[in-house]
Design a binder for this molecule. Sequence first.
Ligand code: DLZ
Length: 172
Amino acid sequence: MASKGYQAPEKVSASELRIGIVCSQWNEAITSKLLEGARTTLENAGGTILPEHIIQVPGSFELPMGARILLGRDKFDAIVCLGCLIKGDTEHDTYIAQAVAQGLTMLSLQSNTPCLFGVITALTMDQAIARAGGEHGNKGSEAVSSAIQMALLKKTQPKSKPTIGFKSPLGD
Ligand code: DLZ
């Protein structure tokens, strides 16, 4: 079955974009597929990922901090965060997923740089496999498509002073 998820607009070019990737090592068999999908999608759009623009973090919980580290290193148009949370016997996965979603939302708004949630939240390993290049697409690839769209959206806005009082801690 084809993925019913987000369909990227056609003919976007990422050739002028600097996209960073943060990849979690937990469930590495899955996150490596997300990374592969992310790279392929970016390259198909004319972009490249330099080795120094990819960092590994231990688990999904560390993704927002990893994104923060990348943003402190260089100027990026977007950061794509890749992880895979699989439900265990407890609510652990829910707390981590919420923390990551909130962390990335906060970081995006504070840094004025889109930080994308390319995290699979699955009940089983089979569900994760289906979302990492299987029948439900590749969430890494989808996150990169969203990153390109958001980065281009931001680039094409007229420069204006912030009107709602935010001042970026990252000097953007
Ligand atoms: C501890 C933990 C568990 C149980 N499960 C996952 C998981 O399914 N996916 C994932 O990305 N990370 C998991 N982690 C690790 C946490 O994300 C985090 O690295 C640790 O709690 C240390 O902060």
